[in-house]
Design a protein around this ligand. Structure first.
Ligand code: MRU
Length: 343
């Protein structure tokens, strides 16, 4: 296996494999897996073994490098055709997170420019630099967030936007890791995040591991903690941000933003610029991924728990209106929603 220290996705260049920590097994088991076939790569993304917007982007880049390394194509046209097919398959695995397309486009752009005898090597180099960039960008987000939060000690977060959702620091949890490095005592409330429990399983796992005071609450307890002044800020990640500052993130995020506004608590979104989609004007144009009913009614229960005959609706993301977002914390600094379109 070939992971950077503390990373959750990686590139095993010796054996030409994409490697990842299987997040569906956490917090019980920490298992590193590898893939070198498109079906396994797509399966890992669809089943959320690899998940979180930045992580799936990095994973897509590495997957394309691995797949094209194995390709027998001997001319540019057939090489590009094959790569475009793989890229489309990977991008269509999850429609909301733009990082998949962002990474695939970067890899395709390079493949188009690179001479055929060098292209495989160039793709490997780019995939590795996309991975390393993520670590640097997320660390900057963390530093900018830690500076912004210098007078804050208690936070609420949703879903998992930590190291598991990126390569190493994550986005929304990055400021907490930097504050921990600075020996600041902080307390983080993690929404459990129904239906897939990324907050309870993953955020709690990584925060506790980092020695941060962590309290898991059910999603419907957020109003309680806000009303009782137990949190000073809400901090989340995002999966796609539109030109006008509307932000898609894990289902339930927009409800938190509405509550935060009501209680006068600032609501921050941590955003690497790889998640900013200038081609989308507003949140209404963002495609929302819908997932299976089983995730709601069966997955965590010994027997199906929803009354027979009832329908279910399982949108995996929602859009928070720009008007509810206090600011975006990015690698370039902290910006108001109306400012990001100029960056
Ligand atoms: O469905 P998931 O678990 O991939 O959703 C992830 C989220 O919504 C995260 O909050 C988002 O990707 C930001 S990750 C740094």
């Amino acid at each position: 296996m070939s992971f950077l220290k503390g990373a959750t996705v990686g590139f095993d260049t010796e054996n030409n494999k994409a490697v990842y920590v299987d997040q569906t097994l956490l917090p019980d088991k920490y298992v590193e897996k590898s893939a070198d076939e498109i079906e396994d790569m797509c399966g890992a993304v669809k089943k959320l073994k690899v998940r979180g917007a930045p992580a799936i982007g990095v994973f897509a880049a590495i997957s394309l490098a691995v797949l094209m390394n194995k390709s027998a194509a001997d001319n540019k046209d057939s090489f590009l055709k094959e790569m475009e097919l793989y890229a489309n398959e990977l991008v269509s695995c999850r429609p909301t997170a733009v990082n998949l397309k962002w990474a695939a486009d970067r890899m395709l752009e390079l493949a188009r420019l690179s001479p055929v005898d060098k292209v495989r090597k160039d793709l490997c180099t780019l995939a590795l630099s996309i991975l390393e960039e993520d670590v640097k960008v997320c660390r900057r987000i963390g530093e900018n967030g830690a500076e912004l939060f210098k007078d804050f000690t208690s936070f609420l977060t949703h879903c998992n936007a930590g190291s598991l959702a990126a390569v190493r620091y994550g986005t929304a949890l990055a400021p907490f890791y930097i504050m921990k490095e600075q020996k600041k005592e902080i307390r983080v409330f993690a929404d459990e995040t129904r239906p897939l429990l990324q907050g309870a399983r993953l955020t709690a796992y990584e925060l506790v591991k980092a020695g941060i005071d962590t309290t898991v609450i059910c999603d419907n307890m957020a109003s309680y903690v806000m009303k009782n002044k137990m949190v000073q800020a809400v901090v989340t990640g995002c999966d796609r941000v539109a030109l006008n500052g509307d932000a898609a993130n894990k289902i339930g995020t927009s409800a938190l933003a509405v509550l935060a506004k009501y209680y006068g608590i600032p609501f921050y979104i941590c955003m690497p610029f790889s998640t900013f989609d200038k081609s989308v004007k507003s949140g209404g144009d963002i495609v929302i991924e819908h997932r299976s009913a089983a995730e709601i009614g069966e997955m965590w229960y010994k027997k199906p728990m929803i009354a027979k005959g009832a329908k279910t609706l399982n949108p995996a993301f929602d859009v928070t209106d720009a008007s509810l977002i206090t600011a975006f914390i990015t690698e370039k600094g902290v910006f108001l929603p109306q400012e990001i379109k100029n960056l």
